[in-house]
Each structure stands twice: as structure tokens, then as C-alpha cells.
Design a protein around this ligand. Structure first.
Ligand code: ATP
Ligand code: MG
Length: 218
């Protein structure tokens, strides 16, 4: 059984129909890329999975459990984490407080040291406030906040956007380490080269329709 099995998923914003009959599956330990143009519906797809956008119809089986229509905090508790396009961290709290707070409500919880092992930069900046971090550091913190909750699956919405190539390299390496450690990931990314070095399978979404699905391997 796939970890995530989506069928017949439709989503609307008011009268606008955004996702059309989407089918998608993700197996355990898989990194799946979701690619497509601006406005194709990638973020809406991740938000629908996470319950931030309520799907108008369809089935979302997560670890055998029907989560379509559930609230996002319930879905989070079931083991899904979304790292949004706009890096959501607490600007007034420092790095360590951000991480501790994220872990508080989680069942599974990573020790902070494990996050700091993956992101040594965050350890150096542990007492810096969120607003004082660079874009790349904020992105690492947003991912760290998701990891600290030990999710079964992590949904990354354009994690490399706006980052210097050298930071992207670091983050790609980190994501690859996570994947090798068995972390299941859905990756939405405009940086196709980076996405394809990480993902074993990709979906292309076009105007809210899945246009293509296939392996990314050579
Ligand atoms: P990008 O690559 O630019 O992030 P995307 O593939 O993530 O694009 P979505 O954000 O899912 O695209 O948007 C899909 C469509 O839904 C777009 O036409 C967008 O304008 C519309 N849309 C997104 N959010 C809302 C909203 N809150 N209310 C109304 N329409 C929305
Ligand atoms: Mg988007």
C-alpha cells in the first residue's frame, strides 16, 4: 500500500475550479517531484493534502486513513508536514525557540541536536531572532521546524526559491541525506535540475490536471 494515495481530487477557490480529478501516489521512502508552471496548481495541491484548502471532492488515503476533509492540525498529527512557500517562522522568537515550539505539540519529536546536525548553520544562529536570519537560514529553519515533528511525509513547496546556488547545493545535499535516511518527500520546485537530482518520480501538473507521471531516472 502506498503511503499516500490520492484519487479524483478536485479543489476550488470560490467559483474557480483549480484541481481537476487529480490522482497521485507516493510510496514510503520515495521522493516525488511535482512540477508545473506558475499558477498550475502545485501549492493548491499541497494545501489540499494538508487540509489547508478543503478539497471539494476526492479521496486522500494517508497510511490507509481517509484524510480528505480533515482539519490541518489533525492531518499534522497523523504525520504530514507542509513547508509553505512563504517561510513560516516566528520572527520575534529565536532559532531555538522556533524549533522547541514546533516540537511541543508533536507526537514524534526529533532531538534538537539532530536538527542542528543537519543544519549546523542553525546551531550557530540558535540565539538569533527569526527576523534577523537570511532568507536561506529562514528556509532551513522552516524545514527544521517541520523535521522536529518527525513527519511520515514532508511536503516542500519551493524550498530552493530565491536562494544562492551555494545554499541550494547545501539544501539539496541535506534533502538527499533525509531521503537516504528514509524520509518520504513531495517536492514542488521550479529548479528542475535540483528537483530531478532528488526525486525518483515526477508528476507534471498543467492547469490543474496531471499531464504526465513517470520516473526521473537516467
Ligand atoms: P506558483 O508556481 O506560482 O507557486 P502554483 O502552481 O503553486 O504556482 P497555485 O498557488 O496552486 O499555483 O495557484 C493555482 C491557481 O489558483 C492560480 O490561478 C491562482 O491564482 C489561484 N489561487 C491560488 N490561491 C488562491 C486563493 N487563495 N484564492 C483564489 N485563487 C487562488
Ligand atoms: Mg506555488
Amino acid at each position: 500500500m502506498s503511503m499516500l494515495d490520492v484519487t479524483g481530487l478536485n479543489a476550488h477557490y470560490g467559483d474557480s475550479h483549480i484541481l481537476f480529478d487529480v490522482a497521485l501516489r507516493v510510496d514510503r521512502n520515495e521522493v516525488v517531484a511535482l512540477l508545473g508552471r506558475n499558477g498550475a496548481g502545485k501549492s493548491t495541491m499541497l494545501k489540499s493534502l494538508m487540509g489547508v484548502v478543503k478539497p471539494s471532492s476526492g479521496s486522500i488515503l494517508f497510511d490507509g486513513e481517509q484524510i480528505a476533509g480533515r482539519k490541518s492540525h489533525t492531518i499534522a498529527r497523523a504525520g504530514m508536514q507542509l513547508v509553505h512557500e512563504d517561510r513560516r517562522i516566528f520572527g520575534s522568537l529565536n532559532v531555538e525557540e522556533n524549533l522547541v515550539l514546533a516540537g511541543l505539540t508533536a507526537k514524534g519529536r526529533w532531538p534538537l541536536d539532530r536538527v542542528y546536525e543537519i543544519f549546523p548553520r542553525l546551531k550557530e544562529r540558535r540565539t538569533s531572532r527569526g527576523t534577523d536570519l537570511s532568507g536561506g537560514e529562514q528556509q532551513m529553519l522552516a524545514i527544521g521546524r517541520a523535521l522536529v515533528r518527525d513527519p511520515k511525509i514532508i511536503l516542500l513547496d519551493e524550498p530552493f526559491e530565491g536562494l544562492a546556488p551555494v545554499i541550494v547545493q547545501d539544501l539539496v545535499r541535506t534533502c538527499r541525506e533525509l531521503a537516504m535516511a528514509g524520509q518520504t518527500i513531495i517536492l514542488v520546485e521550479q529548479n528542475i535540475a535540483a528537483a530531478l537530482t532528488l526525486a525518483t518520480r515526477a508528476y507534471i501538473i498543467n492547469n490543474g490536471h496531471i499531464a504526465h507521471e513517470g520516473p526521473t531516472g537516467e
